[in-house]
Design a protein around this ligand. Structure first.
Ligand SMILES: Cc1ncc(COP(=O)(O)O)c(C=O)c1O
Length: 400
């Protein structure tokens, strides 16, 4: 439900009658871009109509095109893998570890002579190990586009995710940290990336006065622009986000403290526990995770549809909008870089992990009681024979 401040902000735009950013000299979209750039400490922010559009424009911005390979995690929303394919590049899956983010050892194994970019994803407000990812990228001369669609405003070791790589993409669809139903934002501190993304998101047929100056010739693009209406909804939300995130951090810490009192519940490792807002718990075996999810009404990650690579029907079938457009044409091995048997460790982790909601809008004592009830549920779940033999676990290379 929209709050009063958001209703007032949208009403002002509607009553003014100028709902496209370039028809409004006092564009709220332009203001939102400036506010986002300042909040995240990025030089450039570009408002677009979805997170998928932000990913596309970011990949174009860093120069991804036909024949390139782009490394994406096997656990992410399908858009992360679809975006490179739409540009004629091929996504190559990287396993996630128990942090639910890219396993950097597997990332390095998947690099070939065709690899051009890495897309680490910060799923569920859980941060990827950006120091390690950037070190790999630097060693191999690769571009990094952060998919921070699910983690707007979240911190990784003092920096906001989305601003650490060469470009970052955010989504403002429903359930995101700030939301306008649909919407997205690209951020970068690289003027060349910003200029290319601006051209691509606005048909590229003419130059706007506000664009970043560039010597790059104009090229054809799409129309991915954000209208004034979502921008007006998002601006008031941006103002309260920091308070909400800090409450989420406090609530997560309260839950983790409750869980620490009982060894039957294990919090997933995290790459920056002090700043963490997202929370998942991981079990030694899938059956126990499934029984916990059913008992508590929480979600086991293997059951989250198109966030799991085995459910990316169009990507796995290599079906583009026209069979004549085949990014896989002329490739030697691996001919099937997204086949399920390439990422069995990801499936194992997703089967054993459950998501715990960290609500900022509930009182802290209620959050504590909810955590205690989860512990009690586990204590009352007898070990069954199927639960006893643990499945093979990942070696953990993360600080937790
Ligand atoms: C990780 C991730 N990447 C990309 C997207 C695509 O964003 P949108 O739905 O706004 O296009 C989403 C959306 O849920 C997402 O969760």
């Amino acid at each position: 439900m929209l709050r009063l401040r958001e209703v007032a902000s949208v009403s002002k735009v509607v009553l003014g009658g100028r709902m496209g950013r370039y028809s409004n000299p006092a564009s709220v979209t332009a203001r939102l871009e400036r506010e986002v750039a300042e909040y995240l400490s990025a030089d450039h922010a570009l408002a677009v109509n979805s997170g998928t559009s932000a990913l596309l424009a970011a990949l174009v911005g860093v120069g991804i095109g036909p024949g390139d390979e782009v490394l994406v995690p096997a656990y992410t929303w399908v858009s992360t893998a679809a975006a490179p394919l739409l540009l004629g590049a091929v996504p190559v899956l990287v396993d996630v570890d128990e942090t639910l983010t890219m396993d950097v050892a597997d990332l390095e194994r998947k690099i070939t002579s065709r690899t051009r970019a890495i897309v680490p994803v910060h799923m569920l407000n859980l941060v990827a190990d950006m120091d390690a990812v950037m070190a790999v990228a630097q060693r191999h001369g690769l571009k990094v586009v952060e998919d921070a669609c699910q983690a707007f405003g979240v911190l990784y070791r003092g920096r906001r995710v989305g601003t650490i790589g060469h470009a970052g993409a955010f989504s403002f669809s429903h359930t995101k940290n700030i939301s306008a139903g649909e919407g997205g934002m690209l951020v970068t501190s690289d003027a060349h990336v910003a200029a290319r993304a601006q051209m691509f998101h606005d048909v590229g047929s003419y130059t706007r006065a506000s664009w970043t100056p560039t010597s790059e010739p104009l090229f054809i693009g799409m129309n991915l622009k954000m209208s004034e209406l979502p921008a007006a909804v998002l601006r008031p939300q941006l103002k309260t986000l920091e308070r909400r995130l800090s409450r989420m951090r406090a609530h997560r810490a309260a839950m983790v403290a409750e869980f620490a009192q009982d060894e039957s519940i294990r919090v997933s490792p995290h790459h920056d526990p002090e700043n963490a807002t997202g929370l998942t718990v991981v079990f030694d075996n899938a059956a126990r995770a499934e029984r916990f999810a059913t008992a508590r009404g929480v979600t086991r990650l293997i059951d989250t549809e198109r966030h799991v690579f085995t459910n990316w029907e169009s990507v796995r079938g290599k079906r583009t909008y026209d069979p004549r457009f085949d990014p896989y044409a002329g490739r030697t091995a691996p001919r099937d870089p997204v086949s399920p048997d390439r990422s069995p460790r990801t499936l194992d982790v997703l089967r054993r992990t459950c998501k715990i909601s960290v609500r900022d809008d509930y009182p802290t004592p209620v959050i504590r009681v909810a955590a205690r009830q989860m512990v009690r549920t586990l204590q009352s779940m007898p070990q069954r024979p199927a639960d006893v033999a643990p499945e093979p676990r990942l070696a953990e290379s993360v600080r937790s």
